[in-house]
Design a protein around this ligand. Structure first.
Ligand SMILES: [Ca+2]
Ligand SMILES: [Ca+2]
Ligand SMILES: [Ca+2]
Ligand SMILES: [Ca+2]
Length: 169
């Protein structure tokens, strides 16, 4: 299948139907993504092993690249070392009380904080990002209560714009 597409593309690029500019445009818009997709391969790598079921991706240290947050720890790109920023109680033998993480600048100071839902606690918590300099100490982040749900069994947490004002709830 790929050979057929490649052959047709090759014919079109070498035909007189298209002028040079159109050929260049076609080459850039079609062939590069085609080769990129054909070569795209993923390799799984272990960052850390625990019972957390949540994960969020964002630029935690504001250095321009994407980092990972999962449960009690964050992992900064590019060394991905696990750094503990909060404590989460276990829930049963195989779970922890955290049931969903989202990165959002809760306090509006420019850095991404962590919003964390809880299985058996009625609160939604948020952890305050100490900022680029503060992250260097690798201390635990300040924990705050974001919302009281009134329920002691919350299966999952979603962070979506419910009323269309571009601000998630
Ligand atoms: Ca980063
Ligand atoms: Ca913030
Ligand atoms: Ca902050
Ligand atoms: Ca909203």
């Amino acid at each position: 299948m790929h050979k057929k597409i490649f052959f047709r593309l090759y014919i079109l690029l070498h035909s007189r139907i298209l002028n040079i500019r159109m050929k260049k445009l076609l080459y850039l818009s079609l062939s590069l993504p085609f080769f990129a997709i054909a070569e795209l391969k993923f390799e799984a790598q272990l960052l850390h092993k625990d019972n957390i079921e949540s994960l969020a991706v964002g630029d935690v240290d504001m250095d321009g690249d994407l980092d990972v947050v999962a449960g009690e720890r964050y992992y900064l790109n590019p060394d991905w070392k696990p750094i503990k920023f909060g404590s989460i109680e276990p829930f049963g033998k195989d779970y922890m009380k955290d049931n969903g993480d989202y990165l959002y600048d809760v306090d509006g100071d420019g850095d991404l904080d962590v919003i964390a839902g809880q299985f058996t606690l009625s609160v939604v918590l948020w952890f305050e990002n100490p900022g680029k300099e503060g992250l260097l100490t690798e201390d635990l982040w300040l924990k705050h209560e974001l919302a009281e749900t009134g329920y002691k069994h919350n299966e999952i947490i979603f962070f979506r714009d419910m009323d269309g004002d571009s601000i998630p709830e």
